[in-house]
Write a new protein. Structure first.
Length: 215
């Protein structure tokens, strides 16, 4: 099979990213862009992000997770600690997360270190989840091989009966991570592939160095 995609082209002309548009702190810059995309109502899940890890097999792997909170300290999401990504993170805490908002012709790439958040914070978020999502965290041993879809559904049915009328506690293998950024790049598509790329790098005194990169 062969399919030529060389004619797939798009001209990016919706906006620009100039030095005078860049604020000193990239988290504030992230917030500005995030809110602009949210207000545009052009993206179904503005908080969908790609996280890339180095697996135990030595290969990089990327997948989509949902950003649930961001602060000046970093970016927080929740997952199964014993999943493939969780095991990769335990082995190598250097990760990359990225956001791509094609309707706004924008991308943000964030490199940093990752660590678990405090257990009480994971408890609080777990309690806020819909009951079905809470049960889902118990049902799935994420990334493991299972015999069938029916296996999952039967397990869910049994857990629904087991926890009927009872509070569901957060399982110890499920919780939050925070990605603490060391480098954040903002990418704005421009015409003729002369895209704007502004990179923030964290310095030893915790200030941010801002540089323009060639497209």
């Amino acid at each position: 099979m062969k399919q030529d995609l060389s004619e797939y082209r798009k001209s990016y002309e919706k906006s620009e990213l100039l030095e005078e548009n860049c604020v000193e702190n990239p988290i504030e810059m992230f917030r500005n862009w995030f809110m602009e995309v949210e207000r545009s109502e052009t993206v179904a899940e503005v908080n969908a992000m790609t996280i890339s890890t180095i697996g135990l097999d030595g290969f990089p792997k990327s997948r989509i997770v949902l950003l649930k909170k961001y602060t000046y300290e970093g970016f927080i999401f929740y997952t199964n600690y014993e999943s493939e990504k969780g095991l990769a993170i335990a082995e190598n805490p250097n990760v990359c997360i990225s956001f791509f908002w094609p309707a706004m012709e924008r991308q943000i790439i964030i490199k940093g270190s990752i660590e678990k958040i405090a257990e009480n914070l994971s408890d609080g978020y777990f309690e806020s989840r819909p009951r079905g999502s809470q049960l889902g965290a118990l049902v799935s041993y994420q990334s493991t091989v299972i015999p069938s879809r029916e296996h999952l559904e039967e397990k869910l049915k049994n857990l629904e009966a087991q926890y009927e009328g009872k509070e569901i506690e957060r399982p110890s293998h499920w919780g939050g991570y925070i990605v603490k950024p060391q480098e954040i790049e903002f990418w704005q598509g421009r015409a003729n592939r002369l895209h704007d790329r502004m990179r923030y790098q964290l310095q030893e005194d915790y200030s941010w160095k801002i540089e323009r990169l060639a497209p």
